[in-house]
Design a binder for this molecule. Structure first.
Ligand code: DGL
Length: 265
């Protein structure tokens, strides 16, 4: 039996499209429905209860379209609500998390800069993860106020200004690796590199997450094996505002990330 129902992918906006691209690299035959809550982002500076409400709202929509699995392609929403979703839904639920473990495990010298939204940095989920590390002091958390929204808006000047300001607070000399703990950040990797002004290793969790989704759906016999289905049509985009313009950008992002896998986690 083939399961042709879509995989539902949720994000607060466009960042999650690079997670969708990673999913398609691993699971090209699947149908996808992507929900981007552009009317309500950024999530990263909202109270956790509000992020929970908005995420549940998006997930309800994806369920109404008969999603066979849910992928929360937003680190901020994952920190706020993933445990509740796993407890309450009968289908597999996946979330993206900052790829701290692989970054710390392969660290030879120096420190890991962890870039994420203020909410992700403040949440218990991340604090627990940090506490479990043998070398917690090797991670430098950086709450990146306003960065996700500038990337979402595609405002290059703003992105550069915000990054320069953020990096001026970090002892860059010690940084050898950078964890991109927000799905918007890979969209601005060149500017992040420029602001750091040195060679670093970048880590982002989308490739690892996509492999995990592949494994779980294979085990459950839930893959769509019916045809070679990879085409623009196997993705449906739903944005809560400005949908034509957002879909255009989303399809551009999908094609940029179609092959590339710069990340190591
Ligand atoms: N894409 C979200 C994440 O991965 C953050 C963007 C926002 O603040 O809405 O954390």
């Amino acid at each position: 039996m083939f399961n042709t129902n879509p995989i539902g992918v949720f994000d607060s906006g466009l960042g999650g499209v690079n997670v969708l691209a990673a999913l398609r690299r691993n699971l090209p035959n699947e149908n996808y429905i992507f929900y981007g809550d552009t009317a309500n982002n950024p999530y990263g500076n909202k109270p956790v209860e509000r992020v929970r409400e908005l995420t549940l709202n998006g997930v309800r929509y994806l369920l109404s379209k008969e999603a066979k699995a849910i992928v929360i392609a937003c680190n901020t929403a994952t920190s706020a609500v993933i445990e509740e979703l796993r407890r309450t839904l009968l289908i597999p639920v996946f979330g993206i998390e900052p790829a701290i473990k692989p970054a710390v495990t392969s660290l030879k010298d120096g420190k890991v800069l962890l870039m994420a939204t203020p909410l992700t940095i403040a949440e218990k989920k991340l604090q627990n993860l940090l506490e479990q590390l043998p070398n917690r002091e090797s991670v430098v958390p950086l709450a990146c106020h306003r960065l996700a929204e500038a990337i979402e808006a595609g405002n290059d000047e703003d992105i550069k200004k915000i990054l320069n300001d953020l990096m001026s607070r970090v002892d860059i000399g010690k940084i050898t690796s950078v964890v991109l703990g927000c799905t918007n950040y890979p969209l601005a990797i060149d500017k992040i590199s420029e602001a750091l002004d040195k060679e670093v290793r970048f880590y982002d969790g989308s490739a690892g997450l996509a492999r995990h989704v592949h494994r779980v759906l294979t085990e459950r016999n839930d893959l769509n094996l019916s045809q070679n289905n990879e085409s623009a049509e196997n993705v449906r985009f739903i944005f809560t505002s400005d949908s034509t313009a957002k879909e255009k950008r989303a399809r551009e992002i999908l094609s940029v990330f179609r092959k590339c896998e710069f990340h190591q986690a």
